[in-house]
Design a protein around this ligand. Sequence first.
Ligand code: NAD
Length: 441
Amino acid sequence: MHKIAVAGTGYVGLVAGVCFAEMGHNVVCVDIDVKKVKLMESGTSPIYEKDLEELMQKNYNAGRLQYTTDYTSAYQDADAIFIGVGTPEQSDGSADLSYIATVARQIAESIEKDCLVVVKSTVPVGTNDKVEQFIHDFLVNDVRVEVASNPEFLAQGSAVHDTLHAERIIIGTESEWAEDILMKIYEPFDLPIVSVNRRSAEMIKYASNDFLALKISYMNDIANLCELVGANIQDVAKGMSFDERIGSKFLNAGIGFGGSCFPKDTKALEHIASQHGYELRTVKAAIDVNKDQKTMLYKKARNRLITFSGLKVAVLGLTFKPGTDDLREAASLENVPLLLEQGADIYAYDPVGADNFAKVFPEGLNEKGNITYVDHIEDALKDANVCFIFTEWGEVKAVTPVTYKELMKTPLVYDGRNIYSVSDMKDVGVEYHSIGRESAT
Ligand code: NAD
């Protein structure tokens, strides 16, 4: 078993650290955020992910998992250090590598024995070469250190499951020594491993994410056309899904992709291409379609209602997808300010994301509008003039069509996730607009 340090305890770092411990490795998770480290030591997860807290407590109690802000002690005698810090988007679309650079320098100044540094964060092609050079430039002790790429493919909402049962592990190395260490670390997971060079590994991550983003935008584009020609996107997707070359996943049209990965990874790859004088037209199209898609329903509703001023607007779902408390690039963040600017009186419900959302839009007066956070969907719907569905939480899906009819002042629903059947809404007298399907009026 290996002594592993993990830098960064976000969705990627913490889940990786906990899963390495679950597989029997000795793990110490490092973060600069003192509050986070204290929280984790008390057995509480700073992020919401199914099964994560239980595994944190189990492995902490078994003595295989520790948390610290003291990176020197964590890195000095580690066999491998995994980097899982953020690589956020900069204003020109490129990835901000400053967090990676800070960790690289901390590693160079701390390690006292031979060590493999593994970059899990999503980074532009060629970054691993630079990180290795950077570490060598600042290295204090005479030890062997190499950098390997091990991009992460987990999806928020199912991060623990995705790590323990990953469809594949990608490792990118430049020496047998590095490949051997990573192979051994992943041996207990018993999963398929694809071993390539570092640059190919870095590219596999972007190419995979951007392909999925493209698939979503393609379906959204087709959905918009379906509305114009009188076809039904769900029937179209069903028909497509039987073709094994297409597959059945990621065919759901909706209000556009969000989260911390697809939006930034599409822009980053487009930026990488442009730096090399190449226009990546397919990915650019995905970005453009997604931008328009996010406010599609708002625009439809504004045309229908003229103004939102003084209207009670129910907003169901704030996070970018169900199963996570993450708001990054969520459709709600685009639409709520537009509604508030127009003077809407918003009643917002989200089972786990409301506290984070309230940090951006505090309860009460915002712009010309007002926002109130409610614990029960019924309180959002009661006497509402219009309802927007932004996230397909199970709690939202459980609301029956007749509930909208009974509770709302005017039963008018804009559903960005296509969770209801149009005919069910029509039957109970709800005016219902969704994506890529006829409306019930
Ligand atoms: P995050 O923002 O949730 O977490 C990053 C953490 O790193 C924070 O807790 C921060 O305090 C910590 N940190 C910053 N500097 C540090 C330092 N010097 N030492 C130790 N800790 C430090 O990020 P995330 O969502 O986990 O993403 C991390 C990377 O993984 C990104 O490159 C992202 O693109 C990639 N990725 C994310 C996902 C996902 O679903 N979130 C999936 C695959 C890949």
